[in-house]
Design a protein around this ligand. Structure first.
Ligand SMILES: C[S@@+](CC[C@H](N)C(=O)[O-])C[C@H]1O[C@@H](n2cnc3c(N)ncnc32)[C@H](O)[C@@H]1O
Length: 340
């Protein structure tokens, strides 16, 4: 594992468990950590399948099997068994550890992977650390300048969750990952502050949808994620008796098909231009107001797309802009760490 000098794992408290803290100041887009998975793909599917039946333990629950048959190092196995288990009420420990800590690469669905060190990063709805995958390897990088001693958090879910109001974000994380989010944005207590934040996030969603309907900006909005999140919230609400409105159109329903047809018509007929640039600028300024350290790379690519389709120069001024250029460089180079 590389990059350990940039952060350390600390024990915070009984209810927060462990988390990661920066050991030095770090510039935006610094490559923080890379790691190969301890368990991957088929190993995880096998462990989960056996566990889902509710009774059987996987062979992988057996340390000797993991060491002798799977060739895992004893010190790594020891590290595995002390990872957090949010499902500790179940007997099958590996099941809980995988459910609490594993990642899935969206481009290679069902290719789950479990990383030992990365598992200690907590979630925040305004994360300061982003990640991507290079094959099986995960790469974690800062999303803004970090001070020594700052807590480092990633987002466990699609960034589209930013568009949800605070209460729905919390419900979704409870439904999907079985914990009550205590990140600073979710823990806000002042109702007016929460209301203002929710309004801004609603506007972010409107802009993302409008850009998508206009045939640009699809990277900013995932209909599938919203459907899946709303469904999970709905199921949780049903099982706990909390009334929920605001249902999304069912996938495949007439309403859904009409919406898609409308989007296609719009995409064909609307010229891309200044209006898209204005929407993008408004989007970026709300991200900055809300202190959402959104990964700017998709926005940068979107700006390029608008420019090339409209011929109008699209260079929304943002304090992040120079870092975005560096970020592209970082991605193109496969992640050289910056040392500032
Ligand atoms: C991948 S682990 C992260 C590291 C973990 N805190 C530990 O002690 O090893 C995920 C678990 O951390 C806790 N956690 C992470 N982010 C959280 C957040 N924003 N609010 C509350 N709990 C969180 C939850 O218990 C969750 O199941």
């Amino acid at each position: 594992m590389e990059g350990q000098a940039f952060f350390r794992v600390e024990y915070f408290s009984e209810w927060e468990g462990h988390g990661c803290v920066a050991t030095r100041a770090l510039a935006n887009y610094t490559l923080l950590h890379t790691e190969e998975p301890f368990l991957r793909g088929p190993e995880i599917s096998r462990a989960l399948e056996l566990h889902e039946d509710g009774t059987l333990k996987s062979q992988l629950d057996d340390t000797a099997f993991m060491r002798e048959e799977c060739g895992k190092a004893q010190e790594d196995i020891d590290e595995l068994w002390i990872l957090h288990d949010q499902y500790a009420d179940r007997e099958q420990r590996l099941y809980g550890i995988i459910r609490s800590n594993s990642f899935e690469n969206e481009e290679m669905a069902y290719q789950k992977r479990l990383y030992l060190k990365t598992s200690r990063f907590n979630h925040s709805c305004t994360p300061n650390v982003g990640y991507d995958f290079d094959g099986w390897k995960i790469r974690l990088y800062t999303l803004r300048g970090i001070s020594k001693g700052d807590t480092l958090c990633i987002s466990y879910v699609d960034e589209v969750l930013y568009y949800f109001p605070r209460d729905r974000r919390r419900l979704y994380l409870r439904a999907a990952l079985n914990f009550d989010c205590a990140c600073p944005t979710c823990a806000m207590e002042d109702a007016e502050q929460v209301g203002r934040s929710d309004e801004k996030r609603k506007r972010l969603k409107q802009i993302a949808i409008e850009l998508k309907h206009r045939g640009v900006g699809s990277a900013l909005y995932s209909n599938d994620f919203c459907m899946q999140a709303n469904q999970a919230i709905d199921n949780l609400a049903k099982s706990t008796g909390v009334p929920m409105s605001d249902k999304p159109p069912q996938s495949g329903s007439l309403e859904h098909l009409r919406e898609r047809a409308r989007q296609r018509r719009l995409t064909k007929s609307i010229p891309v231009g200044q209006h898209d640039i204005d929407l993008l600028k408004e989007y970026i300024s709300i991200l900055e107001e809300e202190k959402i350290d959104f990964d700017m790379l998709p926005i940068f690519k979107l700006a390029q797309q608008i420019s090339s389709r409209s011929g109008v120069e699209c260079n929304p001024s943002t304090s992040h802009w120079s870092e975005v250029h560096r970020g592209l460089h970082f991605v193109a180079k496969g992640g050289a760490p910056s040392q500032e």
